[in-house]
Design a protein around this ligand. Structure first.
Ligand code: ADP
Ligand code: ZN
Length: 448
């Protein structure tokens, strides 16, 4: 890795794992093209579905002469993984496969991704670069409270943090009392879990009278696997005093660690030497210029178990190619607050749960625990937002509650444009989650 010039905003040396974050852009593009040409040929020779689709378009691997030529290649989607379930897209022989990971199935039948040892290393590298970006050091004690197993959260953070030299507490999700006890007794400095589960941990701690700022040693949190807003980040930081980092990923492309934010919070840097990003118009499928919002698409440049070429994530974002004050040259995506699968259409208006969250959390008297219920009522559906309020506010004073209800309604309307029925509820009454939370109950759907 010597020979590259690093540019950083800190006096501290760059951790070796982050070297490629600072690669001059032309060198990065050369590396990406080299890897793209390799992976396209590799997949063409080994994955019948990919080869067939290329043949239908008259494309052969040698047609990829520049990075732009990626647009000649066919897209892939979750339905391909389902149609070819379980292992139709596997490219490496079973002798090279060391682990299966499956998506959590938030939106249907799980999909199964076979990983080679090299794939695990690539994934681990992404997580380590996220930790480095956040300022974690090998002195940190990392409590991995993402679920372990088929879901990528637990094992992803585990291998990354261990590889980075941290002391890992592999506690997985659940058993919140024990989470709190070990967090305190070991002096855990870094927590990794879904933001909704961390809120639950905080909530349980508060019930026990724990003051996180005084009694815990938490300095970092790595939160992801589900959308969460800047307002939620502020709440988490206010309650605990830690720095809340955003970490992004998906099973099909590796797991957590495809990208993450640096201390400047200008979006999520993508480790694009492994994961080549594009943003496309989901209707026309045409690539969009940097800065325009569309569907995020990834090509795994060096994963060999199940290479994904132009995989449509269904996550909506834009690419930020402007320089980041941290000096990293790898491009960024805006935080993922919208996933096509989560979009609700209410009164003809497109609505994402994160918009409701942004609105709600602008009101200081509510807690970050909420639920959205859509009920079919004749011609017009009812959008109800249930939200917990602080114990001080949950009083018998009807006039006060009514005034708060109006403020919350106005805050939600200012972001969503929709008039919602606001229901203020007692603290600790809405459902909690130990993994990914389900915020929406859509009673218009048969299986809600
Ligand atoms: P599933 O699709 O079943 O939820 P995964 O567990 O692989 O499967 O989850 C990946 C998805 O989780 C991403 O496509 C994205 O929608 C969401 N996600 C992951 N990290 C983040 C994050 N930091 N912010 C917002 N959404 C995220
Ligand atoms: Zn940065």
């Amino acid at each position: 890795m010597s020979g590259f010039t690093y540019v950083t905003d800190t006096a501290s040396p760059v951790h070796p794992v982050s070297a490629l974050d600072y690669l001059p852009v032309d060198q990065m593009r050369a590396l990406q093209l080299h890897r793209l040409q390799f992976i396209v040929k590799y997949a063409y020779d080994r994955v019948p579905l990919f080869r067939r689709r290329c043949e239908e378009r008259g494309v052969r691997p040698e047609h990829v002469k520049t990075l732009k030529d990626i647009s000649l290649l066919p897209f892939s989607m979750k339905t391909d993984l389902r149609d070819e379930y379980p292992l139709g897209l596997q490219a490496a022989p079973m002798s090279e496969i060391v682990r299966f990971q499956c998506s959590s199935g938030t939106t249907g039948k799980p999909i199964c991704i076979p990983n080679t040892w090299n794939d695990i290393e690539v994934w681990k590298n992404g997580v380590m670069r996220c930790l480095a970006m956040g300022g974690v050091t090998p002195n940190d004690i990392v409590q991995v409270a993402y679920g372990y197993g088929l879901f990528t959260g637990g094992l992803g953070l585990h291998y990354g943090a261990e590889g980075y030299g941290c002391a890992v507490l592999p506690i997985s999700g659940g058993n919140t009392d024990r989470q709190l006890m070990l967090m305190k007794d070991l002096g855990v400095t870094t927590i990794a879990c879904t933001p909704s589960y961390f809120l639950h941990i905080i909530d349980e701690g508060h019930k026990k009278g724990i003051d996180f700022r005084k009694e815990m040693k938490l300095r970092h949190g790595f939160f992801g696997a589900e959308p969460w807003t800047e307002e939620m980040r502020d709440k988490i930081e206010e309650y605990t005093g830690l720095v809340a980092h955003d970490i992004y990923g998906l099973t099909e492309i590796a797991g957590p660690g495809v990208g993450g934010d640096c201390i400047h919070r200008t979006g999520l840097h993508i480790f694009e030497d492994h994961f080549y990003p594009e943003v496309i118009d989901p209707e026309t499928l045409e690539p969009l210029p940097d800065g325009e919002q569309g569907e995020l698409v990834f090509t795994t440049l060096d994963r060999t178990g199940c290479p994904m070429i132009r995989y449509r994530t269904r996550d909506l974002t834009r690419i930020e190619a402007t320089p980041c004050p941290c000096g990293r040259t790898v491009r960024r995506i805006a935080r993922i607050n919208a996933r096509s699968d989560d979009m609700l259409i209410v009164h003809g208006v497109n609505l994402f749960p994160s918009q409701v969250e942004s609105g709600l959390l602008k009101v200081p008297d509510v807690l970050p625990h909420y639920q959205i219920v859509v009920t079919p009522t004749g011609a017009l559906d009812t959008l109800e937002v249930k939200v917990e309020v602080t114990p001080e506010n949950f009083s018998d004073d009807i006039r006060h509650l009514e005034e708060l209800r109006k403020r919350v309604g106005a805050a939600v309307k200012s972001i969503t444009g929709l008039t919602a029925k606001i229901t203020l509820v007692e603290p600790h009454t809405l459902p909690r989650s130990e993994g990914k939370i389900r915020r929406v109950v859509d009673l218009r759907k048969a299986n809600a």
